[in-house]
Design a protein around this ligand. Sequence first.
Ligand SMILES: [Mg+2]
Ligand SMILES: [Zn+2]
Length: 186
Amino acid sequence: MKRRALFLDRDGVINEDFGYVHREEDCVFIGGVFELVRTANRAGYVVAVVTNQAGIARGYYTEGQFRDFMRWMQSEFLSRGARIDRVYYCPHHPEAGVGEFRKTCACRKPRPGMLESARGEFDLDMQDSILVGDKKSDIDAARRAGVGRRYLLAPRSTVEQAHCIDSLGVVERIISRESGPSPYSR
Ligand SMILES: [Mg+2]
Ligand SMILES: [Zn+2]
């Protein structure tokens, strides 16, 4: 049976988006994110981060620094009983920066490349998968990849084809309800 995924954009969904966050001391986790990931783990979802990281192309931080930071972030989740299964990132930018990262790629959202990689890797039921983003480009990427359940963490927005939510708790409750009574006591 195909699995479902919970796709999370990073900046503005997992951590506050202060712009090009890449250091532990600048990481402020968004309320409810650990509970959301824990509930998704328990319900059998693959939890995947899908994040544009043009800061790498722009030379603000290296790919190594990004990966170190994400390893730290994943360990912060694990220490709270929550597991991020996979991190997909796009280090490119079509115009900015130099060298190998300056290119028009298939992975930078709103393109669906990262989501399509996940589909192949985990044999996902995309229609029944969930994406939570905070920008139109997140929602567009999800729509193009066939992700059926799209949530925009922005209470007042004009982005179409997404449900606007004002907290991650909304998605957490949806997953928790659909997975029925938990075998774990509450
Ligand atoms: Mg974002
Ligand atoms: Zn890319």
